[in-house]
Design a protein around this ligand. Structure first.
Ligand code: NAP
Length: 693
């Protein structure tokens, strides 16, 4: 029988001994053997720290992001291969799409996130703070990649997504990974890792794979590593309490099972689109991936007087789902991942049935298409009813990790909120309602106990990604029982792999270190207009101090006429008693326009291609006729691209696009008083590169 291999220290190696036999979940036929016995876990960690980590940490965020994008595009060329293996896990095409293409989607999403970071291996985090009266001492924060390895211990249900959603983030951050896939479905993870390694798109040492037991892996972690765990709360608790994790203060992100719930608003009745949405969402949650989703709806709360109707509608919907061989085109629900998983779900459901009635489905019997219900790990969807949710603990504690959900009554929104909290912390919850007040009450009342809340109504239904789908740009994780962790969530997820360090010092030195101009730092090269410099030639801190221009009452009146902004404060004959102003005041936009007139080098063509916006524009005090204004104009930050700019793809095709970068300029508008700042802004320009190739 085929022996799965582990990718360790740059080589594919089989573990010693027979290992664990893995089976085709649909036919029950043995597929492969997996073992990690004999693998030197300490050496694998050392390899990641000394080979993968240095290679990744010296790359910039943009280089790492581009690497992820290239990898995503490459993996898409082998989709058929991945799908054909995925069917063997019991997954239908739709299930596999979530796992495989959803996973690749995470690579794309993180690749795009690069644009939110500088073209540096590290980044500044948050605002800077002036810490002194004389403006010579300040503070800010930087984030640098940790020097260790990210160890991901994953659950069996999403063998591709589970790996890619995590490594996308640590790779963007600049850390290597060791993935320990759940053994039972590791043959699919192995196939994807083979493709990744063969592509040679990641620096060597960036990714290692274990298909089988973790052995003594965690005995060798240290404080520069990060461990993430996805799986059951019981295993999670055991691993989180590992002495090495505790002693070395290793960041440990726990994503555990949770008793997620969906709530039907009291306003929703049969015949309303929201009623149908509720039924559809529950059927999807129970049958997609045969209910093996950490986010799956386990508890259904509905107004007591609607329980009977709901039981009928849900049973009908479930009966319309064809179960069987996932390769059959009409089949909508496949099998569980294996016999052991089926037995476990049966066992947990039996516990639930001590307090609940089974109103749809069967523990033992299931009708399947084009498959053998006994040999394959098939299970019927089971809808349970519990009419006393306040008196029953099991429905809020026991997770049957399969197509099992329990319907329960509530009386009034306060009770629905309180019942949702009995799960003691979940990954996600959904409220289905057409009423804004119901939506608001539920969200504000229940948010403390759920990591994500979907507010579902007919307006968003068509484009909604659904209750069960964690999204790369939103936080995934939940409080309490759900593990108390947070992952993904766009920039937030990346920061999990970066060390945040507070930096204190002079603005000039902190500008040099961070490569972001810090207010009050010394300017550079005042002799040359910075607009004369190409992107490569510009240095952070290049500065121009302009001439002065006096503002007159005629200027303000003329600007009011030109712009049409005749707000009373800009009119010369306004009675200013009782207003915030002493006399006619200049428009802030006039001051900003006048600033451009002073800092723009207007007489020759220069490398600045265009000005495309202003960030953080503030007018800090009123400017009256007679004020003499000048501008300090400083190169603040250089970026390769801006996510908000949509370039013409036709230009790219024709090769007409000009090589360029984005330059942010810090604009200080000053007068001649003791407190000279009348306004500040950051303006954005595109600047041509000298090297046009
Ligand atoms: P599990 O039994 O807890 O296993 C999870 C992972 O931990 C597997 O890779 C497993 O490896 C590994 N593991 C088990 N014992 C270990 C040990 N002593 N040392 C190191 N690693 C160890 O969970 P599962 O059965 O795979 O997954 C189902 C559960 O995961 C469900 O409860 C589900 O709710 C939860 N889940 C949560 C999320 C989430 O994001 N919150 C996502 C998916 C699933 P082996 O496979 O080799 O045993």
């Amino acid at each position: 029988m085929k022996k799965l291999e582990n990718y360790i220290q740059g080589k594919w190696v089989a573990g010693e001994g027979a290992g664990q036999t893995l089976y085709n979940a649909v036919t029950g036929a043995p597929l492969a053997q997996a073992s990690t016995q004999g693998i030197d876990m300490a050496a694998a960690i050392h390899y990641a720290r000394t080979v993968g980590n240095p290679a990744l940490r010296k790359m910039t965020f943009h280089q790492r992001g581009n690497m992820l994008k290239a990898l995503a595009l490459h993996l898409r060329t082998n989709l058929d291969g991945f799908y054909s293996i995925s069917y063997q896990t019991g997954a239908t095409k739709a299930d596999s799409w979530v796992d495989i293409e959803g996973g690749i989607g995470n690579l794309f999403a993180n690749a795009s996130l690069r644009r939110r970071f500088p073209d540096q291996p590290f980044c500044v985090d948050g605002e800077s703070h002036n810490l002194s009266k004389g403006n010579t001492f300040m503070g800010t924060h930087i984030l640098v990649p940790k020097e260790g390895v990210a160890i991901h211990i994953n659950a069996f249900n999403f063998p591709v997504w589970g790996m890619l959603e995590k490594i996308a983030v640590n790779l963007l951050a600049g850390m290597p990974a060791i993935v320990k896939s759940a053994t039972v479905t590791s043959y699919l993870t192995e196939a994807v890792v083979r493709e990744i390694i063969a592509s040679r798109m990641l620096p060597e040492g960036s990714l290692q794979l274990l298909c089988g037991s973790a052995g003594d892996l965690l005995d060798h972690v240290n404080y520069q590593d990060v461990v993430t765990f996805t799986g059951s709360a019981a295993t999670g608790l055991m691993l989180r309490s590992h002495p090495k994790i505790l002693k070395e203060n290793v960041p440990f992100n726990l994503e555990a099972d949770s008793l997620n719930c969906i709530v039907l608003g009291e306003d929703v009745n049969p015949g309303m689109p929201e009623w149908d949405l509720f039924i559809k969402e529950i059927r999807k949650e129970m049958t997609l991936k045969a209910g093996q989703r950490c986010t799956g709806v386990r508890r259904i709360f509905a107004p007591a007087d609607k329980l009977e109707d709901l039981a009928r509608f849900l049973s009908t919907a479930l009966s319309q789902t064809l179960i069987g061989n996932p390769l059959h085109e009409k089949v909508r629900m496949g099998s569980l991942a294996g016999q052991a998983q089926r037995e476990e779900v049966r066992h947990q459901t039996e516990i639930l049935l001590r307090d609940c009635k089974l109103i749809y489905g069967s523990l033992q019997e299931v009708e399947v298409v084009d498959a053998d219900a006994k040999k394959g790990a098939f299970l019927s969807p089971m809808l349970l009813l519990n009419e006393t949710p306040w008196e029953t603990k099991s429905v809020h504690e026991v997770e049957a990790f399969g197509p099992v959900s329990t319907l329960m009554p509530y009386q009034g929104m306060e009770e629905a909120i309180a019942l949702s909290k009995l799960g003691k912390g979940s990954l996600c919850s959904t409220i289905v309602t057409a009423d804004p007040n119901t939506a608001r009450s539920y969200v504000l009342g229940a948010a403390t106990h759920h990591g994500r809340i979907l507010v579902l109504n007919s307006e968003c239904a068509k484009e909604s990604t659904g209750h069960g789908s964690p999204l790369p740009l939103l936080v995934h994780g939940g409080p309490g029982r759900a593990g108390g962790g947070e992952e993904m969530g766009g920039l937030r997820g990346v920061k999990h792999y970066l060390q945040r360090t507070a930096l204190q010092g002079s603005p000039t030195l902190l500008t040099e270190i961070t490569q972001v101009y810090q207010p009050h730092a010394k300017g550079k090269d005042p002799g040359t207009h910075p607009f004369k410099k190409y992107f490569e030639e510009l240095q952070i801190g290049n500065q121009l101090l302009t001439e002065e221009r006096q503002i007159t009452s005629e200027d303000i009146t003329a600007f009011a006429d030109l712009s049409g902004d005749h707000f009373y404060a800009h009119l010369v004959d306004t009675d200013f008693n009782g207003t915030m102003f002493e006399q006619q005041v200049a428009h802030g936009y006039f001051v900003m326009s006048l600033a451009a007139g002073l800092f723009v080098d207007s007489y020759e063509k220069n490398p600045v291609l265009l000005n495309y916006g202003i960030d953080e524009l503030r007018f800090t005090k009123p400017v009256y006729p007679g004020a003499s204004v000048h501008i300090r104009f400083t190169c603040k930050e250089k970026l390769p691209s801006d996510p908000r700019i949509v370039e013409n793809p036709e230009d790219k095709k024709r090769g007409d696009d000009i090589p360029k970068g984005i330059v942010k300029w810090y604009v200080e508008m000053l007068d001649n008083t003791d407190e000279p700042i009348i306004g500040v802004a950051t303006i954005l320009t595109m600047v041509a590169k000298k090297n046009q190739h």
